[in-house]
Write a new protein. Structure first.
Length: 382
């Protein structure tokens, strides 16, 4: 009888909190439809890793010796030692993206950079709140609304808060339809939100579509070498899509590969959600800083559009600038919905899509830039 109750009596209050967090993530995934492919595995994994003497973690059993746990093995193999899962996921993401609207409207590239402002602002803010620079860098990346990039940066930076950062990143990705309208309305007027934009797409040749991922990889590699893994795999996936001779591989990358890696990534990252490391004041602070990063990324894109309008005859609807984050295609849909709410005949979707796919590139380049800059600073401080 004592053996049967040993697990129950070993539960700590922190583990009970994690059961609640795991249950909340599962609820949001199923009942609200918030990023279910990630929040559900993360929520269930959070429960698994916080069971006393959990068999999914490495442990020493008396009379048996060391026993390897599957989630810890997955984490150490595919994230800690190689960053394989978050990087491989970008092949699938790249295969899903059509850069055609962006290539026919190149000025939208600017918003892929402008909408990363919140990342760098939040890094400074996190340092003010006494986070180490490597942790602050990983926290700032939450603003990109790009879960794989957030996980990768936190791992490369050896952040102590990977679990909290992953939960924040994917939670705010799911909350784009709630957070972005609030942020946009803070810095725009109704008149600005009603600005109409003509859409006259230029023809994009197949050669252009094929050369684009190759050129972007080379340019990003020269400017921000640390972004090559991220940008390169994103562009590789897109090249598979656009080459025209690998249709079955493109379909596999978009569906089977992306779904499998997403499933494994969600439950594997739960290793960093063990109660002793997750349940503390810093986790709550990271969630708040992540929200700040996300809001200021959106605001940065909007304000940049308003700045450009000072010099343009054909004005840009400032809301389009907010779509320069990486949450594709959710952010573009939010902008379209907001535009139609102000004027039922004002369709902004294609402009927002252009900025949104630019944000995919911008976020991974920003991740590489942050890794490079912070690494250099830490090296000089050593």
């Amino acid at each position: 009888m004592e053996f049967l109750l040993s697990g129950v009596t070993a539960i700590t209050w922190q583990q009970l909190v994690m059961y609640g967090i795991g249950g909340l993530l599962i609820y949001l995934a199923i009942a609200k439809g918030f990023e279910p492919s990630l929040l559900l595995p993360m929520g269930f994994g959070a429960i698994l890793v916080n069971l006393p003497l959990s068999g999914v973690l490495n442990q020493t059993i008396e009379g048996v010796g060391n026993v390897n746990g599957i989630i810890q093995w997955l984490f150490e193999t595919t994230i800690e030692s190689s960053e394989a899962l978050p990087i491989l996921l970008f092949i699938g993401i790249g295969a899903m993206i059509d850069f055609g609207p962006l290539l026919s409207n190149p000025k939208m590239f600017l918003f892929g950079g402008a909408a990363q402002f919140g990342i760098f602002f939040t890094i400074l803010l996190a340092v003010i709140f006494n986070f180490d620079l490597n942790d602050a860098a990983a926290i700032g990346i939450i603003g990109a609304a790009d879960g794989p990039t957030s996980i990768l940066v936190s791992q490369i930076m050896h952040s102590n808060y990977m679990g909290a950062i992953a939960v924040a990143a994917y939670s705010y990705m799911a909350l784009v339809p709630i957070v972005q309208p609030f942020a946009i309305r803070l810095v725009t007027t109704k008149k600005e939100r009603m600005i109409r934009m003509e859409y006259n797409p230029a023809s994009v040749t197949k050669l252009t579509r094929i050369l684009f991922p190759i050129i972007v990889t080379i340019v990003a590699g020269l400017i921000a070498p640390q972004s090559v893994a991220l940008v390169g795999f994103l562009m590789f996936g897109n090249l598979i899509r656009e080459c025209g001779c690998l249709g079955s591989l493109s379909d596999t990358a978009q569906t089977t590969l992306a779904n499998l890696i997403t499933l494994l990534l969600g439950i594997t990252i739960s290793f960093s959600m063990q109660a002793e490391a997750f349940v503390n004041v810093n986790t709550l602070l990271i969630m708040l800083l992540g929200l700040v990063a996300f809001v200021f990324d959106s605001i940065g894109g909007v304000l940049f559009a308003k700045f450009l309008n000072l010099f343009l005859k054909k004005k840009i609807n400032p809301m389009v600038g907010a779509a320069g984050i990486s949450a594709f295609p959710m952010s573009a849909r939010v902008i379209q919905k907001m535009g139609l709410k102000e004027d039922p005949t004002n369709h902004l979707l294609m402009h927002a899509i252009s900025a949104n796919v630019a944000g995919q590139i911008g976020s991974v380049v920003a991740g590489g830039v942050v890794i490079n800059l912070v690494s250099q600073i830490l090296k000089n401080m050593a």
